[in-house]
Design a binder for this molecule. Structure first.
Ligand code: DX5
Ligand code: ZN
Length: 223
C-alpha cells in the first residue's frame, strides 16, 4: 500500500481550505504542509496559525514538513495547531533525539528528513526511534523542481538499512515526483509519496491521484 500526500505548496494560497477539500475528495491520504523559515531554506511559507485555521477543513492527517532552524523550539506550537506527523531535518538540528522524543511524547508520529547531499549514515543514531524517514529528492525550498536521479539508489540503500535492522518505518519521498518516476521510487522502497505540482497542476486531480497509484505498481504506460 502506498500513501499519497499532496503538497499544498503548489495549490492556490488564496483559497487553501478549498484546495485541501479538493484533494481530499480526489483521494489523497494525507496533506503535506511545507513550513519554511527563510533561514534553513531561502523561502518563507506558513506557520502554526495557518495550519490551525485549516485543521477543521479535513479529517486527513497533517504531514508537516519543517524546513526551519531549531525545530525543537516550535514543536509544541505545531502540535497544538494540529500536526499529526512532524518531519524534522537532521541538518541544523543539534538536539535531534530531544526533538524526536518531544514529538513522540505528545503521541504524534515522528519523522526525520535528509537533504539530497546529506548521507544516510547521519540517520544511524536515530533510525530505531522514528516512525518515518523523509528523503528529499530535490534541494528543499521550492516546488516544481526536477527529481535528482541519484536519489533512487539512496532510497534503495535506506530500505536495505530498514530490512537489515528489522525496522518498519515508512519511507517518504518529496520533490519532483510525477507519473514518470513514481514506479521507480516505489520499486526502490518508498511507500509515502509527496507530490505538489504533479497533482495541483493536473487538469483532473482525482484522475492524477488515481494514475499515480496505478503507476506506483506498474511500469506499463497508462493509456
Ligand atoms: C520542497 C517541498 C516539497 C515540494 C514538492 O522544498 O518540501 O514538498 O512542495 O513539490 P513538487 O512535487 O512540485 O516537487
Ligand atoms: Zn515537503
Amino acid at each position: 500500500m502506498i500513501k499519497i500526500s499532496p503538497s499544498i505548496l503548489a495549490s492556490d494560497f488564496s483559497k487553501l481550505g478549498e484546495e485541501i477539500s479538493r484533494v481530499e475528495k480526489a483521494g489523497a491520504d494525507m496533506i503535506h504542509l511545507d513550513v519554511m523559515d527563510g533561514h534553513f531554506v531561502p523561502n518563507i511559507t506558513i506557520g502554526p496559525p495557518v495550519i490551525k485555521s485549516l485543521r477543521d477543513v479535513t479529517g486527513l492527517p497533517f504531514d508537516v514538513h519543517l524546513m526551519i532552524d531549531n525545530p525543537e523550539r516550535h514543536i509544541e506550537a505545531f502540535i497544538d495547531a494540529g500536526a499529526d506527523i512532524l518531519s524534522v531535518h537532521v541538518e541544523k538540528n543539534p538536539h535531534l533525539h530531544r526533538t524526536i522524543e518531544m514529538i513522540k511524547n505528545h503521541g504524534r508520529r515522528a519523522s526525520v528528513v535528509v537533504n539530497p547531499a546529506t548521507p544516510l549514515n547521519t540517520l544511524e543514531v536515530i533510525l530505531d526511534k522514528v516512525d518515518m524517514v523523509l528523503l528529499m529528492t530535490v534541494d528543499p525550498g521550492f516546488g516544481g523542481q526536477q527529481y535528482i536521479d541519484g536519489m533512487t539508489q539512496k532510497i534503495r540503500d535506506l530500505k536495505k538499512m530498514a530490512v537489515e535492522r528489522g525496522l518498519g518505518f515508512d519511507i517518504e519521498v518529496d520533490g519532483g515526483i510525477d507519473l514518470d518516476n513514481i514506479y521507480e521510487v516505489t520499486q526502490a522502497g518508498a511507500n509515502v509519496i509527496v507530490a505538489g505540482s504533479a497533482i495541483f497542476n493536473a487538469p483532473d486531480i482525482a484522475g492524477m491521484i488515481r494514475d499515480l497509484r496505478r503507476k506506483a505498481f506498474s511500469a506499463e504506460e497508462i493509456k
